[in-house]
Design a protein around this ligand. Sequence first.
Ligand code: GTP
Ligand code: MG
Length: 198
Amino acid sequence: MKIATAEFVRSAVDESGWPKDRLPQVAFVGRSNVGKSSLINSLLNRKGLVKTSGTPGKTREVNFFKINGDFYFADTPGFGYAKVPGKLQEGWAPMIEKYLRGSERLCLVVYLLDIRHEPGENDFMMEEWLRDTGVPTAHVATKADKIGRGSRAKNLRVITDALGLPAGAVLEYSATTGEGKNRLWDAIRTSIAAPPGA
Ligand code: GTP
Ligand code: MG
């Protein structure tokens, strides 16, 4: 994908801030620190467009980016991080749920899971929500560079089994090496070419 422009539009905590135009939206969700913001930077070949951090809980609002003037990326706050102040934690679920359920132009959710970890309670909850909303989902296993090639199949299997997905349904990705980028762009391109309600 050729990225001519990628610009930050705004941060939003509720529907008053979701984009009002008809352009398709792609959202990135997953646990805190799983690598959402890094993956977006890597997809867009922009190192510092989205703020990333070694400290979980960096992204606290839904951040919208407009790409090529054609579609949006929505970076969402990660879930399941205990040190995020209670109020923010409480606000997270309703905010994300509202966005996932309420955004008519949401055409794909990219759901990130760390390739090194077995999915937990929060991951199951997210999976259930996504199925419930019916929005097309692309599952991505992040930080693939952190484990040896020999362990990959096994780790992917743990994730697909835990979430009840068919074998091969989870795409390996590394924001560090760029592995998986072309395949993820293929999925994104396909979904924005046929947005909901079009
Ligand atoms: P929150 O905004 O807190 O929810 O986190 P996030 O999901 O946006 O994670 P972020 O992109 O900030 O990355 C968290 C940490 O993981 C950072 O230290 C990144 O450098 C690191 N990281 C992200 N992706 C990769 C990857 O593919 N490989 C490696 N080795 N590290 C990664
Ligand atoms: Mg982030």
